[in-house]
Design a protein around this ligand. Structure first.
Ligand code: 5AD
Ligand code: SF4
Length: 482
């Protein structure tokens, strides 16, 4: 059997793409190898959002140079966003790469790998750029690639990503995504529902709907337009699916119908990831985000008012072009006021080909970016700790995902071990349990916490043989409770 090694960097969209690439290559007889040295085909599924992600891939490619010289029949492929962005630059920087395949062309990977194994030459398949044709032609050149699933490549057997949109039309000035992932296109609801039913048949309990701006989902079907709230309501009917999440949200499209769906549908995770990027109107304007800080604060207040116990997370970019101390101070104010469950903070990384790179100088020095990153992070961590303390003594419902990081590190093999899972509002919980509890919903009482983890104990009256009969009703009713 030929062996495949695949390394994935970047977002959940990339994790899903890798799952589908693996599924398609398994159909061709491939099995997964644990490391690159044992593999006949080595694939990198890449990210272009920041320079650092690209540097990592170019150095990993550099490390393969000798391996390829010694084993010229090994196939090396670069897939995903960096393939679309850099195209034949990849062949110039690493001439021993055989395949360059953009994210809209991944359905071609099995055929390309086959060809690369028989004919030694370089193969490149990428989609059209954003100005290389009519909207229709460009859309068609970015193909969604979804029907093949591979349970073994999922985050866990009980959790799956489901793509509901591809591409992005927002063109925030710092962001490369609209160029590499192409125009915003929503998938037909029937295809999404069929995929979710198939996942439920495979005992998947939790689905996470994916889109660059997932809440901009719109699909016209005759007279009817499906929005994200309609789609969630339809998915909610599927027996077996017990938890539904969706990422990433665009603040301006956080409409009341969507908030009501999250509040009223018990399977909906009470968790919203809504990146704001900056707390300064001047910066938001330069980023072309399309909303003001006041509008973001209003959206947040609506979410907190309408969904009791909702957890909101956000992304921030620090050190964007021209960001002054005062402007950064406004971001600090926003974080202090917002009680976010967590913030993902990034130092601005200039992306050639974006409006930001064209219009503005990347003029905030690296040490200032680092300092702002650290101050925002320590403020957010303090808030996380305070918020998590509020959980002491409370009972939460946890979907058990598997062994905790510590248990994995120790290579625990016994039945009793440290487990990890998430609450209905996406908080990580670590507790002692039994392997049989993996993939079940369990009631856990929290007794300790740090900024990012709650520590708990399974509620004892539910432990024991009866847990098997309890697990399903509990899942179905995955209650309004935390
Ligand atoms: N530099 C730094 N961070 C970026 N992001 C997107 N583009 C850039 C960039 N050029 C961040 C945004 C986005 C997250 C996925 O990555 O915060 O929400
Ligand atoms: Fe990038 Fe903005 Fe689209 Fe998000 S909404 S993918 S940040 S362009």
């Amino acid at each position: 059997m030929p062996k495949l090694y695949i390394e994935t960097v970047g977002c959940q969209m990339n994790m899903l793409d890798s799952e589908l690439v693996v599924a398609s290559l398994r159909k061709d007889g491939y099995e997964l190898a644990a490391n690159a040295a044992d593999a006949d085909t080595i694939l990198f599924n890449t990210c272009s959002v920041r320079q650092h992600a690209e540097d990592k891939i170019y150095s990993a490619l550099g490390r393969l140079k000798n391996a390829k010289r010694e084993h010229p029949d090994k196939v090396i492929g670069v897939l995903g966003c960096m393939a679309q962005k850099d195209q034949d630059l990849i062949f110039r920087r690493a001439p021993y790469v055989d395949l360059v395949v953009g994210p809209g062309q991944l359905h071609q990977v099995p055929a390309l790998v086959r060809e690369a194994r028989t004919e030694r030459r370089q193969w490149m398949e990428v989609s059209l750029g954003r100005t290389d044709g009519s909207r229709d032609e460009i859309e068609r050149s970015h193909e969604s690639f979804d029907p093949l699933r591979d349970p073994a490549m999922r985050p866990t057997p009980y959790q799956a990503f489901v793509r509901i949109m591809i591409g992005c039309d927002k063109f925030c000035t710092y962001c490369i995504v609209p160029s590499v992932r192409g125009p915003e296109q929503s998938r037909p609801p029937a295809a999404i529902l069929a995929e979710a039913r198939q996942l439920a048949d495979e005992d998947c309990l939790e689905i996470t709907l994916l889109g660059q701006t997932v809440n901009s989902y719109r699909y016209r079907e005759g007279e009817r337009t499906w929005r994200l709230s309609d789609l969630i309501a339809a998915l909610h009917e599927i027996e077996g699916i017990a938890r539904i999440k969706f990422v990433t949200n665009y603040p301006k499209d956080m409409t009341d119908d969507l908030l009501a769906a999250v509040r009223d549908l018990p399977k909906c995770s009470k968790y919203l990831h809504v990146p704001v990027q900056s707390g300064s109107n001047a910066v938001l304007k330069r980023m072309k985000r399309g909303y003001t800080v006041e509008e973001y604060r209003e959206m947040l207040a609506r979410a907190y008012d309408s969904i009791p116990g909702v957890a909101v997370t956000s992304d921030f970019i620090v050190g964007f072009c021209g960001e002054t101390d005062e402007e950064f101070g406004e971001t600090i104010d926003l974080v202090r006021d917002s009680r976010l469950k967590n913030s993902f903070i990034f130092k601005y990384s200039e992306r050639p080909g974006t409006k930001g790179a064209e219009l503005y100088a990347d003029d905030v020095p690296e040490d200032v970016k680092r300092h702002r990153n650290n101050s925002l992070l320590s403020l957010q961590n303090k808030i996380c700790e305070e918020d998590n303390e509020a959980f002491f003594g409370r009972e939460v419902t946890v979907l058990v995902e598997g062994p905790s990081k510590t248990a994995e590190k120790h290579g625990d093999v016994g039945d009793r071990l440290q487990l990890t899972g998430r609450t209905n509002c996406d908080r990580i919980v670590v507790f002692e349990g039994s392997r049989r509890q993996i993939g079940r919903f369990l009631p856990v009482v929290v007794y300790d916490a740090n900024a990012h983890t709650l520590f708990g104990e399974v509620v004892t009256e539910h432990v024991g043989p009866e847990v098997f009969s309890l697990a399903l009703p509990l899942a179905a009713a995955e209650s309004q409770k935390e």
